[in-house]
Design a binder for this molecule. Structure first.
Ligand code: SF4
Length: 290
């Protein structure tokens, strides 16, 4: 599927393209794909190779996203695709985000079927989740607008690595976000995730200022982002730059993908994080994967 040309720029000198769908701003030569491996330069035009291809579809309790303060007690219709714009070594969903060539390539579906399924399951919302939704902007937007016309709310479970263009677009059709704030260390984001912390923080501020429903998840990884100082810094960011009412989820990590040598996060660290968050004034704290 040809991507709308307001989402990429052509070079005047070569057939290279600058994709502007996410904050990687990949410069893609003819015949190549970007970091997410979903977008390809074909003869100087950008194509979305996985338009409408999904890896997973499921009605889920909304608390599983996790969102505990948005339409509580309802079901959301979850949709996931393939690929990611980050390359996290600890990815807990790596089979669909990074190593999906090893599994079947999913099924093709239309926005109409997704919305019909959501209504048939009596869901109150649809949720773009499982893999990173940012990279599927054109398909997600089309489906989400149809969902909203049928009174379904729209949820993004995301790493927050939006480009400037995509955050503006996403804010027009998403009602609630759970953003994964992985660490407060620039080094962690660079070395472990291949990304830039400052962009994620800016997008969090933007979502909050826009008045959208926002919850944050911090996956605590043994020996990597579990220091008291870092948890304190993360809580300070939430309280001072967003608001103490923004719900914060601390979640346990397990050995997966390229971090298969870590110990599962100890319960005690999550309890300690909960205590720190409470002391900092965060009003809604949830512990996950325990
Ligand atoms: S969506 Fe992001 S990762 Fe994928 S090609 Fe575009 S800029 Fe690169």
């Amino acid at each position: 599927m040809l991507v709308n040309n307001n989402l990429y720029k052509k070079s005047s000198k070569s057939q290279k393209i600058r994709c502007e769908i996410c904050a990687n701003y990949c410069k893609i030569a003819d015949g190549n794909v970007g970091v997410c491996r979903q977008h390809k330069n074909i003869n100087g035009e950008l194509f979305d190779e996985s338009y409408g291809v999904v890896s997973s579809l499921s009605p889920d309790p909304i608390e599983k996203k996790p969102l505990n303060h948005f339409l509580p007690g309802t079901f959301t219709y979850s949709i996931g695709g393939f690929g990611c714009n980050m390359t996290c070594l600890h990815c807990q969903n790596y089979m669909i985000s990074q190593e999906y060539d090893k599994v079947s390539r999913g099924i093709k579906i239309t926005p109409e079927i997704i919305v019909e399924n959501a209504l048939n399951y009596n869901c109150k919302s649809i949720a773009w989740t499982y893999n990173e939704p940012t990279i599927h902007l054109p398909f997600n937007k089309k489906t989400s607008l149809l969902a909203k016309s049928k009174n379904l709310e729209v949820i993004y479970v995301s790493n927050g690595y939006f480009s400037q263009k995509s955050i503006e677009e996403v804010l027009t059709f998403v009602d609630a976000f759970n953003i994964d704030l992985k660490s407060m260390s620039k080094d962690f984001y660079k070395k472990i995730c291949g990304a830039d912390l400052d962009i994620v923080l800016d997008n969090l501020r933007r979502i909050y200022l826009e008045g959208k429903h926002l919850e944050i998840t911090n996956l605590i990884i043994n020996g990597h982002n579990d220091s008291i100082e870092e948890i304190e810094e993360l809580c300070d960011f939430v309280v001072n730059e967003l608001g103490p009412e923004v719900p914060l989820h601390f979640s346990r990590a397990f050995p997966y993908y390229k971090m298969n040598d870590i110990e599962p996060t100890k319960h005690e660290i999550l309890f300690e994080a909960e205590k720190i968050a409470k002391n900092k004034g965060i009003e809604n704290i949830h512990l996950g994967n325990i």
